[in-house]
Design a protein around this ligand. Sequence first.
Ligand code: PEP
Length: 230
Amino acid sequence: MEKLIVANWKMNPEDVSKAREIAFFSDQGGVILCPPVIFLNEVKKEIKKATIGAQDVFWERKGSFTGETSALMLKNIGCKYVIIGHSERRRNLKEDNSIIEKKMKALIEEGITPILCIGETREERDKKEAEKIVAEQLSIIPKSTEVIIAYEPVWAIGSGDSCDWELAKEMRSFISDSFKGRFSKILYGGSVNSENCSDYLEKSLFDGLLVGSASLDHQEFKKIIEKALN
Ligand code: PEP
């Protein structure tokens, strides 16, 4: 199965020339670049082999929803994939599974592949609730629909404290055994770098990676791409 690398730029960089530069150096087949929406058009012009995606979407198609971006708009600009349910949005914007479900439906209606982020917090893992939380987050995927899943243990995101590959592998097996037929790929995310990326792909058997901060450093990202996609 072909591996996939999703680059989540989050709220970076601060201007379009830097966005163009990062896009230029990240332009590889199998890479999905998810810049802030404000840079989507320029990033699209910069790339030939990579694909563009977005970091979020609103669930309504059009109308009076100040500040929001619809799935139709994202489709029309060329997004084939959209991240939903990122833990930063679950935490900072109080997005719950019912909101994320509406976003997923809106994307599916437009033919965009959702990249559904799931994962437990450190407290939930310590309480032995990790599988329960992940199962709840996955339960919103409609039957007979295949989405991309990104398993991202919350404590490992943006912390440098990456998840042990064996622990990640256990969760990968739980997801694939319990939710067969509801996903096309399972990615790993959480402090991925050029040193640990091969472990998640070769030992934990993930189908790809969701990379945050390391995707903004083009030398580091190039190393990840080389290891992961070749
Ligand atoms: C992320 O943005 O989902 C992420 C995994 O970030 P980082 O790679 O910086 O931990």
